[in-house]
Design a protein around this ligand. Structure first.
Ligand code: ATP
Ligand code: MG
Length: 173
């Protein structure tokens, strides 16, 4: 078996994609590895993971979004934020400063037509050899699935929201 940096995708409509990526972040940090999390689409907000991240030395965190953008009110601004975010991600990937880079909710960029899937593929294909990359988000584009080493799909069986239970601190944020 070969050892090399991996491209991992967590996709599907069930809960657990981002939190599974954060579990891997926890694991990598435990080994003293350097980690960078880049969050697309999601805006500022007091997520528990971000509060903890500020206290962790080997973990860098970037927010490249302004909140879920499915209302299509200001598409050009949303596109610009997405493009700039991905440019930053590409620089971070190429820098070879990290062992693990998480691109959280990245799949929404091609899904919303903010970024061509080919552009993501090209960036991931030319990543530093040792770097592990995790991409999360629903509707992973087939081009990305094709080049990934590990792809997991989380399927919704039930979700509390469907029973009218609201987002809860420590569980959803
Ligand atoms: P988590 O961050 O909890 O691991 P996720 O990354 O799998 O969730 P996203 O698609 O990023 O899920 O969803 C963002 C928010 O919506 C999260 O707060 C998540 O808990 C919640 N959520 C996830 N799946 C569902 C669902 N099937 N129905 C309603 N809300 C959901
Ligand atoms: Mg998520």
């Amino acid at each position: 078996m070969k050892t090399k940096g991996r491209i991992i995708i967590h996709t599907g409509d069930g809960k657990g994609k981002t939190t599974a990526a954060l579990g891997t972040v926890f694991r990598a940090l435990g080994h003293g590895q350097k980690v960078c999390v880049i969050q697309f689409i999601k805006g500022q907000g007091k997520y528990g993971e971000r509060i903890l991240a500020e206290k962790l030395e080997n973990l860098d965190w970037h927010i490249c979004g302004k909140g879920f953008v499915f209302k299509k009110e200001n598409v050009e601004e949303d596109r610009k934020i997405a493009e700039e975010g991905f440019r930053l991600a590409a620089e971070i990937i190429a820098s070879d400063r990290y062992d693990l880079v998480v691109l959280d909710e990245l799949t929404y960029l091609p899904a919303l037509d903010f970024l061509a899937a080919e552009k993501i593929v090209e960036t991931l294909r030319t990543k530093p050899e040792r770097l592990n990359i995790i991409v999360t988000g629903r509707k992973a584009p087939p081009e990305l699935v094709e080049i990934a080493d590990t792809v997991s799909e989380v399927r919704v069986v039930k979700h509390a929201y469907q029973q009218g239970i609201k987002a809860q601190k420590g569980i959803e944020f």
